[in-house]
Design a protein around this ligand. Sequence first.
Ligand code: IMP
Ligand code: MG
Length: 187
Amino acid sequence: MRSDIREILLDREQIAVRVRELAAEISRDYAGRNPLFVSVLKGAVYFLTDLSRAVEMPLEIDFMAITRYGSARAQSGVVRLIKDLDVEITGRDVLLVEDIIDTGLTAGYLIRLLQARSPSTLRICTLLDRPYRRILETLEIGYRGFEIPDRFVVGYGLDYREQYRHLPFIGVLKDEVLREAASAADA
Ligand code: IMP
Ligand code: MG
């Protein structure tokens, strides 16, 4: 598993420190309220559970699930909701907790969907921001963990073909792992 990793970009401790900083910021900003942390299955789950445990105030969590048409990199931005939130968000303080924002199309779609339900406030908290392929330039990011270089990463929730989510760090896969998978897909 770890032999598939070329380089560790963010180790367990770096992630933990930054998550605590974000949680402190969020705790200040939402003091006296009861925000709803919303995440999309499955990538953001690791971040959401760590972030929410570091926040010192009442809060609730809820989940959505989506599928993308075509490959994740198809950049169509067309997303289908396969699981909606369990709760109503009208008048609530909603924080969309994301793993990574790349093109911004997924987050943009979700923000439009949530905004239509008239929450009191709606912000984005993303662990990773990789701005190089951004298509939705207008996306506002309220809280950002790290800006990362223009490389595909796995671990701490992020997958490559559903693998590597459980790695406690964020790393870059070796080129041959990506290449092998690509040639297997062509076969
Ligand atoms: P966007 O719509 O292009 O911003 O893509 C965001 C989604 O694509 C994320 O929620 C991830 O599921 C996936 N994704 C984008 N970049 C990576 C990566 O480097 N590793 C794993 N998943 C990624
Ligand atoms: Mg994925």
